[in-house]
Ligand binder design. Structure first.
Ligand code: ZN
Length: 75
């Protein structure tokens, strides 16, 4: 007979210290194809979208957020 022993430990997930999330955006206007470059801050991405709207009157954007996560065991 085989016995199995399972142990559980609580963990938490947080943003990795010393990292900053990055943001990208792309215009959703039909046929536009405008995107920001990768690795912008939220403020930089927002300013880029605002400038695009000012130039082309396109006002809907998809924003993507990327960050580095850290999983740690809770003591
Ligand atoms: Zn556009």
């Amino acid at each position: 007979m085989t016995r199995r022993l399972f142990r559980y430990a609580d963990h938490r997930i947080t943003r990795h210290p010393g990292t900053t999330p990055t943001v990208g955006a792309r215009c959703l206007a039909l046929g536009c194809g405008w995107t920001t470059r990768d690795g912008l801050t939220l403020e930089e991405a927002d300013l880029a979208c605002l400038a695009h709207t000012g130039s082309f009157r396109h006002k809907t954007f998809e924003r993507t957020f990327t960050d580095t996560a850290l999983v740690e065991r809770v003591p």
